[in-house]
Design a protein around this ligand. Structure first.
Ligand code: THG
Length: 266
């Protein structure tokens, strides 16, 4: 089954930022309930946008979000200290977003991860910056999987984020990441791939059309998890249809169920 990481509890979103600043728990809970209802697998929680408030905002959000859903959380911060605090506050085995090969971040995350029960998103980022080629992405994926397995993490708990970069920046960014996903999913058997889907459309008009088409193409290359908006009904319909077409929906049962529920409709 495809993993849907619901991206909406993120203080870069203006309404979420206002709700967090006002400690408006009802707004947050309503959004989380809608994402849960819409078929999210994890709820991403990112409190990074109010500079100087990340720790208190993250604490408050984790309490409120867990009151609204039984889903596990995806703890989203570049700061290892925030991730460690957040890990201690969750009831269900979380996904940690993220570790990378950047030395400072890597060295702080490894001792914390050792022996912990969790899923982990591993970014194909190192101290030289964003990947510039297919080879960069796949090489970094191999290194980080090796490092995580060395501390006892299971391959099936690792979600490689190849770092989806905008088409508006380079017209080869789409094929670069799709080819890399295919290589990672075939060469590193058992690992998962994920990433912020909407990065692909940044800077272009009609972003939702781009995001939907990109999701189909990524899934055809083996992409099996995405950080995305589960309240976009059309992208969820595209997702369920692609799963069915990939042979991952026995007797098209989930597809037919979604049609009957009115969730897939031309
Ligand atoms: N990889 C990993 N984690 C990530 C990202 C990634 N976490 C953060 C981000 N990228 C994914 N999360 C979001 C959350 C919300 C939106 C996009 C990505 C979003 N953006 C709208 C936009 O860009 O137009 C609206 C912005 C606004 O309203 O201000 O909704 O890549 N591992």
């Amino acid at each position: 089954m495809f993993t849907v990481i619901g991206e909406r509890i993120n203080t870069t979103l203006k309404k979420v930022q206002a709700a967090v600043a006002d400690r408006d728990a009802d707004y947050i809970k309503d959004d989380v309930k809608q994402q849960t209802e819409a078929g999210a697998t994890y709820i991403d929680v990112n409190a990074g946008a109010r500079i100087g408030h990340e720790e208190e905002d993250m604490r408050w959000l984790l309490k409120v979000v867990q009151e609204a859903t039984d889903l596990p959380l995806c703890l989203d911060s570049p700061d290892p200290a925030i991730l460690e605090m957040a890990y201690g506050m969750v009831d269900k085995t979380p996904m940690i977003n993220s570790i990378s090969l950047e030395k400072e971040r890597f060295d702080a995350m490894i001792p914390f991860l050792k022996g912990k029960e969790c899923k982990i998103i591993a970014l194909c980022m190192d101290d030289s910056g964003m990947p510039k080629s297919f080879e960069d992405i796949v090489g970094r994926a191999r290194s980080i999987v090796q490092e995580l397995e060395n501390i006892g993490m299971k391959r099936e708990d690792i979600f490689i984020d190849p770092l989806i970069q905008p088409m508006s920046v380079d017209s080869q960014n789409g094929v670069m990441v799709m080819k890399a996903v295919k290589a990672i999913m075939t060469e590193i058997e058992g690992v998962h791939t994920t990433g912020g889907l909407s990065n692909i459309s940044y800077g272009l008009p009609q972003r939702k059309i781009i995001n939907r088409n990109f999701l189909v193409m990524m899934m055809a290359h083996g992409f099996d998890a995405a950080i995305m908006d589960p309240l976009d009904r059309d992208i969820m319909a595209v997702l369920r249809t692609s799963e069915m077409l990939k042979g991952e929906d026995n007797f098209c049962m989930n597809y037919l169920k979604a049609v009957r529920a009115g969730d897939i409709k031309a």
